[in-house]
Ligand binder design. Structure first.
Ligand SMILES: CC(C)(COP(=O)(O)OP(=O)(O)OC[C@H]1O[C@@H](n2cnc3c(N)ncnc32)[C@H](O)[C@@H]1OP(=O)(O)O)[C@@H](O)C(=O)NCCC(=O)NCCS
Length: 127
């Protein structure tokens, strides 16, 4: 078993500008249907939540990529951020060999200007 961590931070304005300039093309390339539904439910605060999910995907990518044979085959939507009934976020992975990962824990925070995420992954050593 191996522990991998990943972290990321982003200015919320960068995501806001991408959404305003590129609209659905950007949203549908980066975020899953569930993520869009969650963020849109936050109305005026939605950019914080989109930015947080963007950083979460980057953080997961940092943690998993070194253990994948072809890290550039991962797409944004292969990493999905959901929230449980208490609001705690968790990660769903698609199109990635699940056997590699024993456990993934994610933590997210955002304020007016920045969003950040940290991930800790327990990885099975298959090779
Ligand atoms: C849940 C809580 C920690 C969120 O903190 P916050 O400062 O309001 O907001 P942050 O920007 O730092 O974090 C927001 C993120 O927290 C995460 N979150 C929400 N509920 C959570 C929970 N129960 N467990 C873990 N993470 C949670 C979410 O990912 C959320 O972002 P998202 O909605 O985009 O997914 C806070 O509202 C809370 O309940 N604090 C309790 C404080 C307390 O009781 N302190 C005394 C003992 S230390």
């Amino acid at each position: 078993m191996k522990i991998s961590c990943g972290t990321d931070i982003i200015e919320i304005d960068r995501i806001k500008q991408s959404i305003e300039n590129l609209g659905d093309a950007f949203l549908n390339r980066v975020f899953t249907e569930n993520e869009i539904k969650y963020c849109e439910s936050k109305n005026n605060q939605k950019y914080q939540h989109y930015a947080a999910r963007f950083t979460a995907k980057e953080a997961v990518f940092k943690a998993v990529s070194s253990n994948l044979k072809d890290k550039y085959s991962i797409t944004w939507k292969d990493i999905e951020v959901c929230n449980n009934e208490q609001g705690k976020p968790y990660i769903n992975l698609y199109g990635i060999n699940q056997e590699l990962f024993e456990s993934i824990d994610i933590s997210i925070s955002h304020c007016k200007k920045y969003a950040t995420a940290n991930v800790v992954i327990l990885q099975n050593e298959l090779w």
